[in-house]
Ligand binder design. Structure first.
Ligand code: NAP
Length: 261
């Protein structure tokens, strides 16, 4: 019996322009390298421009192409200017990795109004400003596109001392579903990745401490995630390999969320 040939999925991003926020360290820096290695031209955004320039050079040295653009995700004018610079240099952005984020680990009743505004303005308002700017431009260009919001396992469950952060990431997940609903008809997919714990500048001091080590030992996999373990999930949602995946919040956490009570 003859069967139809089965095409292996393609994670190739050649010809695409990808914009990554929070690209000056941690996940964002890594994501930019992965997207460039998959063939995209990558616009790397953050406030620390010196770090972005170093990243652009590293991507170029590996045979990729990248552009550094200063962007403060809490400022609508800065976001719009960043997308404009991206478009002028590389053409319309069709892949967005909405990754910039901050944490102030405190219990909810010990969180100040200033802490609340800082985390919410960056993680939730910032994510909305950036996703909305990208979506408006994708709709105007009739290009379709893929938006990948970086939420957290703390948007799906919660943990002591992470009140405002967990609340902001739950908001990012609902924003993801909502925008997926509204934009599906425009061929724009909006998904979220919910990472478990990975060592970055956001948490390296904690994970180097005794308390941090004990916490890692208490997780099902008894280890942190490795950066390269994000590559598959990222490329699945950013590329045509995930062309019918829309509105999901994908945990990448080694089973942390299925911890028994
Ligand atoms: N590491 C983890 O275990 C983990 C787990 C779940 C989710 N996450 C999420 O992953 C994302 C990346 O975090 P990370 O762990 O890679 O931490 P990180 O190394 O501290 O990176 C955070 C990035 O966000 C940028 N950023 C912060 N405020 C910004 C603003 N107002 N405008 C523009 N960029 C801003 C920073 O750049 P500048 O300071 O240069 O602007 C930096 O590049 C965050 O959304 C975080 O919540 C991390």
């Amino acid at each position: 019996m003859k069967t139809a040939p089965i095409d292996a999925p393609t994670y190739n991003l050649s010809g695409k322009v990808a914009l990554v926020t929070g690209a000056s360290s941690g996940f964002g820096e890594h994501f930019a390298r992965v997207l460039a290695a998959a063939g995209a031209r990558v616009v790397v955004c953050a406030r620390r421009e010196d770090r972005l320039e170093t990243l652009v050079d590293a991507i170029a040295a590996s045979g990729g192409e990248a552009l550094a653009v200063a962007m403060d995700v809490t400022d609508a004018g800065s976001v719009a200017a960043g997308f404009e610079a991206a478009e002028q240099n590389f053409g319309p952005v069709t892949v967005l990795i909405n990754n910039a984020g901050v944490a102030v680990p405190k219990q909810a009743h010990k969180t100040s109004e200033q802490d609340w505004d800082f985390v919410m303005d960056t993680n939730l308002k910032g994510a909305w400003l950036v996703a909305a700017e990208a979506a408006r431009r994708m709709v105007a260009a009739d290009s379709g596109g893929a938006i990948v919001n970086i939420a957290s396992v703390l948007g799906l469950a919660t943990s002591m001392g992470h009140g405002v952060y967990a609340t902001s990431k739950a908001g990012v997940i609902q924003l993801t579903k909502h925008m997926a609903l509204e934009l599906a008809g425009k061929n724009i997919r909006v998904n979220a990745i919910c990472p478990g714990y990975f060592k970055t500048e956001m948490n390296d001091e904690y994970f180097a401490s005794e308390a941090g080590k004990q916490y890692i030992a208490s997780t099902p996999g008894k280890r942190l995630g490795e950066m390269q373990e994000m590559n598959g999930p990222l490329l699945l949602l950013a590329s045509d390999a995930g062309s019918f995946i829309n509105g999901i919040a994908l945990p990448v956490d080694g089973g942390h969320l299925v911890t028994s009570i």
